[in-house]
Design a protein around this ligand. Structure first.
Ligand code: SF4
Length: 216
């Protein structure tokens, strides 16, 4: 934020004989409390039937000031118990994938399209995605990432709405509401098919180059 005009205005006020200015709710930066407060407010959501299997609402976690947001499909069993995204085996792999491109997990924001665990880890239904999506849209609008990394086809379909294969999604860089968006494999898919890791590595390298070129 450029504060030069504000300084100039304060100088002008001083010259005009005004020595005190009260700023009631001025904040130059977004604060972490914004998302934490929202998570508490939404945590008892019953807008779709997935709340019935919920142990914990999994809103998301990470740095709300980040330039890089990671978006997966939905919570699994470990996430349902802990209330944190990507903490099971797939989450551990995701942390390793980030580390391989010199990105710390706590410097990004990680979340999912769906905030409650679908039974038996099934894919979320289109109506469940539609109902839950406003929470994610709001998170994106608050965080304002410069880059999004989508993990898996289900999340890609939910945001990019191309209804195509993961291979096709991976071929291009997309723009979600003007935000540069990459798509790669969901870490669960990589656990099931380790041979795909080499392709994920190609995606991650492109992301890393882009992320490293961002100006902070
Ligand atoms: S999945 Fe989303 S819309 Fe459905 S109950 Fe959970 S928070 Fe609400």
């Amino acid at each position: 934020m450029d504060i030069k005009p504000i300084r100039q205005y304060i100088e002008y006020l001083k010259l005009s004989g005004i020595n005190n200015v009260f700023l009631s709710s001025f904040s130059a930066k977004k604060t972490p409390i914004d998302l934490e407060s929202l998570a508490k407010i939404y945590s008892n959501c019953e807008k779709c039937t997935l709340y019935k299997g919920r142990i914990k609402f999994v809103y998301g976690e990470g740095d709300p000031q980040t330039k890089l947001m990671l978006i997966g499909e939905g919570p699994g069993a470990d996430e349902n118990v802990t209330g944190r995204p990507f903490v099971g085996k797939a989450g551990q792999l995701l942390t390793k994938m980030l580390k391989a491109i010199n990105i710390k997990r706590n410097e990004v924001y990680i979340t999912n399209v769906i905030k409650c665990r679908p039974p038996e880890n099934r894919n979320p239904l289109p109506m469940e995605i539609k109902t839950c999506l406003p929470y994610l849209e709001e998170q994106i609008s608050i965080i304002k990432p410069v880059i999004i990394l989508i993990l898996g086809r289900v999340a890609a379909d939910a945001l990019l709405k191309m209804n195509t294969t993961l291979t096709k999604y991976r071929e291009n860089i997309h723009f979600y509401n003007g935000i540069k968006t990459y798509v790669t494999y969901h870490p669960s898919a990589l656990l099931r098919n380790p041979g795909w890791k080499k392709y994920a590595w190609i995606d991650l390298q492109k992301l890393r180059d882009d992320y490293n070129n961002l100006e902070y």
